[in-house]
Design a protein around this ligand. Structure first.
Ligand SMILES: Cc1ncc(C[n+]2csc(CCOP(=O)(O)OP(=O)(O)O)c2C)c(N)n1
Ligand SMILES: [Mg+2]
Length: 342
């Protein structure tokens, strides 16, 4: 069997996370998982169309990074974007309605699964092309710095988190944007979710240096690897990177070692990954791991966590009901929202 790349266990000190923050992060991860499981059900029942890419297994990355940021910070995603949107605060109702192509969706039903967007929540979008979000996020980080330094706007201290996959890290835009971000010390976190696969291409077969975080050093940027199945480890790394960005000390490249628990998309029979590999990673389920930590540290009881699970189940059921009852976009509005003034 291939040796899996894992890091030594991160030992969270008891003061690592408060009860309050621990429960916020737990709830966010459960929301991500429950939402995605419901998507699979709705997709197979014919309620949504096109490609749908689920995030199961990777929740610690979204929750660990985004819940370490402020609500006015920016988040930029990929086509695997539902959970980033939820962590960024887009209501489950609006995300589900978007997946159903309804007018009440966060992109008014125009985008669907791969194009979630919310100006209100500073969600810069999901992007269907691999690596397409990286220059957009770099631009967002640039405008923050420009507003602050060129226009003298003291309130412009937002940080941008840019999420993308291991496959995207072989794309030219990744290197160009890392160069500019380091050169201009932009307030941005480049978060690579290394889930070992780009559809059916194993990361180790596609790149000459599989340790992606090392690619930061040639740009004189900080690069860190982190256990992407441990939300407390991700959170600790993210907090440090956010503080660095906010202080004007520049970007960070974070490589989170993670795994997707389902196929590439709901159309993928997932036959290329070995059973042994899947089982190795299933055993590292980030939600179970955080639950165990919270109980062990007496930060929460099993019953409290189960109550959160039930609450989230109801939130997701409500989102489906809302999406089902919502209207389709009006054909007369076909040209609406094409230009910014709409
Ligand atoms: C520019 C471009 N090339 C190819 C594709 C087809 N494609 C869609 S997803 C994907 C794999 C990307 O893998 P990765 O970046 O690791 O993200 P993951 O799906 O693992 O989250 C490819 C090649 C695309 N969407 N865009
Ligand atoms: Mg990948």
């Amino acid at each position: 069997m291939v040796q899996e790349r894992v890091l030594p266990a991160f030992s969270a000190s008891p003061s690592q996370i408060s009860r309050e923050d621990g429960l916020v992060v737990y709830e966010d991860m459960v929301l991500g998982r429950t939402f995605e499981d419901k998507c699979a059900e709705m997709y197979y029942r014919g309620k949504m169309f096109g490609f749908v890419h689920l995030y199961n297994g990777q929740e610690a990355v979204s929750s660990g990074v985004i819940k370490a940021m402020r609500s006015d910070d920016y988040v930029c995603s990929t086509y695997r974007d539902h959970v980033h949107a939820l962590s960024a605060g887009v209501p489950a109702r609006e995300v589900m309605a978007e997946l159903f192509g309804k007018a009440t969706g966060c992109s008014k039903g125009r985008g669907g699964s791969m194009h979630l967007f919310s100006a209100e929540h500073n969600l810069l979008g999901g992007y269907a092309f691999v690596a397409e979000g990286i220059p957009v996020a770099t631009g967002a980080a640039f405008q923050t710095k420009y507003r602050r330094e060129a226009l003298g706007d003291e309130s412009a201290d937002q940080v941008t988190a840019c999420f993308f996959g291991d496959g995207a890290s072989n794309n030219g835009q990744f290197f160009e944007c890392l160069n500019m971000a380091a050169l201009w010390k932009l307030p941005i976190l480049f978060v690579v979710e290394n889930n070992k696969w780009a559809i059916g291409m194993a990361h180790d077969r596609a790149t000459s240096q599989p340790e992606i975080y090392k690619k930061a050093s040639v740009f004189d940027m900080v690069g860190v690897e982190v256990d992407g199945m441990d939300v407390l480890a991700v959170r600790a790394v993210a907090q440090e990177a956010v503080a660095r960005a906010r202080a004007g000390e520049g970007p960070t490249l974070i490589e989170a070692l993670t795994y997707r628990f389902r196929g590439h998309s709901l159309a993928d029979p997932d036959e290329l990954r070995s059973k042994a590999e899947k089982e190795f990673w299933f055993a590292r389920d980030p939600i179970k791991r955080l639950a165990a930590h919270l109980i062990e540290q007496n930060l929460a009881t099993d019953e409290e966590l189960k109550a959160i699970d039930r609450k989230i189940q109801a939130t997701v059921e409500d989102a489906v009901q809302f999406a089902l009852e919502s209207p389709e976009p009006n054909p007369a509005d076909l040209y609406k929202y094409v230009f910014a003034e709409d």
